[in-house]
Design a binder for this molecule. Structure first.
Ligand code: ARG
Length: 462
């Protein structure tokens, strides 16, 4: 049991059980660099404002650098008695430099200090995660380039629907992750506001200069309302929400890789380096990485719900409940980062089984049924009637056990006299894919354009 920095009004020491229950240093020590950067900026401001002397300011900054090095090298002792990373650093500073260290907390509270640390932390992590998302987009785009021209079945309801290019399918994920990057950038704007100076909740009577602290820490703005500032974790929730959606995108991709690597689909071979075996079944090669990515969505979504629930019903302003914000935020950063990196690696190392994809696109023979309907539309039949004509042809094919592509012209003409010899080009999967030239469609020239745009945006040579 140590002497508390706030121990003045207390007659007895804190119970050890309480120290253990309330401590957060086990997880918030991850913030030590941000805490020290914030304290240095604060001390320099105190010096500029004449609230501490230049010598005291120098002592503080020097002592903080020493402490940072000690934590870097694992030479720093943590104890429950000092609760969190902020108090550990401040106490150690007093041990190192004496009285000057006791002036660091002038005009500041841990309530605005912890908000600053978390904002600095998230700002960096958002930038890092954004790079990881871009790297994953690159993996997708490289596979799209490598496999340009490969046709596969496109699905709705997980039923074969219409033929598409594999590259078109991969670029769908490129778009999804592009929106994730936009959301990260947008969320960063609200993370990137400087909270220090709100003090406990009401601001401070001391002549501080918040704007200069903001400038030193490269924040474009300071927060507007001190009460909002210390009770606000919206920025953390926004981050958790953006992260949850990105994780959901990863999970959808993972699910497809699990399905596609089954013998039933057989669309993809995952690399040996990125799969695992079974301890009992010697023949197994399991897609554990995509399964875990899919499974880890649970915790990332859970972290968002956790943060929302912490904030729900909290009266203004700071309440200790807010200490519970950190573990979900840190876990989200760690989990999403790992999943993004592994997904990018796994994609870069897998091989698509082109013959299986092509065969599946052609197989069944009904993937171009819509094309036949469109053919009739171009000959003047209203679409609903065309749909019904083709439906009857499909039903006939199912009865006689033949694909649509194998009906003769005479057989086809029984369903509509508008059908002529040129119908067969539209019944081929290549013809079908090539015809879908609407903006955003799967025609090879459209996909090549989209691929070119993606490569340019990511700065990779096509
Ligand atoms: N450990 C606290 C947290 O993470 C720091 C702020 C504590 N402030 C207080 N008034 N007890 O939220």
């Amino acid at each position: 049991m140590s002497k508390k920095p706030w121990g003045g009004r207390f007659a007895t020491t804190t119970a050890a059980t309480v120290e253990e229950f309330t401590a957060s240093h086990q997880f918030d020590r991850i913030l030590y660099r941000q805490d020290i950067a914030g304290s240095k900026a604060h001390a320099r401001m105190l010096t500029r404002q004449g609230l501490i002397s230049a010598e005291e300011g120098d002592l503080i900054v020097g002592g903080l650098s020493q402490i940072e090095a000690e934590i870097d090298h694992g030479h720093f002792e943590f104890s429950d008695g000092l609760e969190d990373i902020h108090m550990h650093i401040e106490q150690e500073l007093v041990v190192k430099i004496g009285a000057a260290g006791q002036k660091l907390h002038t005009g500041r509270s841990r309530n605005d200090q912890v908000a600053l640390d978390l904002r600095l932390y998230l700002r960096d992590e958002i930038d890092r995660i954004s790079e990881l998302v871009a790297a994953l987009q690159k993996s997708l785009v490289c596979q799209a380039r490598k496999n340009l021209g490969v046709i596969m079945p496109g699905y709705t309801h997980l039923q074969r629907a219409q033929p598409v290019l594999l590259s078109h399918h991969l670029l769908a994920y490129y778009e999804m992750f592009g929106r994730d990057r936009e959301r990260l950038a947008d969320c960063r704007k609200r993370v990137n506001v400087m909270p220090l100076g709100a003090a406990a909740l009401a601001g401070t009577g001391l002549p501080i200069d918040r704007e200069s602290v903001a400038a030193e820490l490269e924040f474009p703005a300071v927060t507007a309302n001190s009460m909002d500032t210390v009770g606000d974790r919206d920025f953390a929730i926004e981050f958790a929400s953006v992260a949850a959606l990105a994780q959901v995108h990863l999970s959808r991709l993972a699910e497809e890789l699990v399905l596609w690597s089954t013998e039933e689909f057989g669309f993809v071979t995952l690399a040996d380096s990125h799969t695992t075996g079974s301890s009992i079944m010697p023949q197994k090669k399991n897609p554990d990485i995509p399964e875990l990515i899919r499974g880890k969505s649970g915790r990332v979504i859970g972290n968002l719900v956790c943060l929302l629930t912490i904030l729900k019903g909290l009266p203004l302003t700071y309440n200790r409940d807010l200490q519970e914000d950190k573990e979900p935020v840190f876990d989200t950063v760690k989990t999403l980062s790992a999943c993004l990196s592994l997904a990018a690696e796994m994609l870069a190392n897998l091989e698509f089984r082109r013959d299986r994809l092509t065969a599946a696109a052609a197989g069944g023979g009904f993937m171009t049924a819509t094309d036949l309907a469109d053919y009739l539309v171009t000959r003047g039949l209203p679409f609903r009637q065309a749909h019904s004509v083709v439906g009857k042809a499909v039903a006939h094919c199912l009865t006689v056990g033949k694909p649509l592509t194998e009906l003769s012209l005479a057989e086809l003409q029984k369903f509509s006299r508008l059908i002529e010899a040129d119908v067969f080009s539209c019944l081929s999967v290549e013809g079908s894919v090539a015809s879908r030239r609407s903006t955003g469609g799967t025609a090879p020239d459209r996909v090549a354009e989209a691929l070119g745009r993606a490569e340019q945006a990511l700065g990779i040579a096509g």
